[in-house]
Design a binder for this molecule. Structure first.
Ligand SMILES: [Zn+2]
Length: 157
């Protein structure tokens, strides 16, 4: 179940994705929220400099590993504008983070990019659960899908 609180955090992820776009980066944004609802960390995509591992979900996982106890990580939720790529899903799983809520799926992104004629990426997209079988995952969240799609269209325009 995606709650009103979840929607608020997903909305922030979409805002961060828009900030990434404004900064000339691919539009992705993520937020890490503690069990008590505290926003611990947020980030946006930062691959424009040439380091294509600078995804927000990866940064949040590494921050969590350095700053949270294992039980805090397991109780935290990662919100994100786009479903984790396999690298970020693996980091999430290795670090032992909890629930994931994404606005749009990798499958949706793949079909949008194909429509726009963007060549397939170097790393194949996989559903999070194929990388982390035990992950608790929710998404897409329909009310944000068009907005995220529009950000990707604008990035490729
Ligand atoms: Zn990623």
């Amino acid at each position: 179940m995606v709650s009103e609180v979840d929607r608020r955090h997903v909305r922030r992820c979409v805002e961060l994705a828009a900030e990434a776009l404004e900064a000339g980066d691919e539009p992705f944004g993520s937020v890490l929220v503690a069990e008590d609802g505290t926003v611990l960390r947020e980030d946006r995509n930062r691959v424009a400099g040439g380091d294509h591992t600078r995804h927000p979900e990866f940064e949040l996982a590494r921050w969590a590993a350095g700053n949270l106890a294992p039980e805090q990580r397991a109780a935290a939720t990662v919100y994100t504008s786009g479903e984790h790529c396999p690298m970020c899903a693996a980091a999430h799983g290795w670090v032992g983070l909890g629930r994931i809520v994404y606005a749009t799926s990798s499958e949706q992104l793949g079909s949008w990019l194909a429509e726009l004629g963007v060549p397939a990426p170097a790393v194949r997209a996989l559903p999070i659960r194929e990388v982390v079988p035990g992950a608790e995952v929710e998404g897409p969240v329909p009310e944000f899908v068009e907005q995220v799609r529009d950000l990707h269209r604008r990035f490729r325009a």
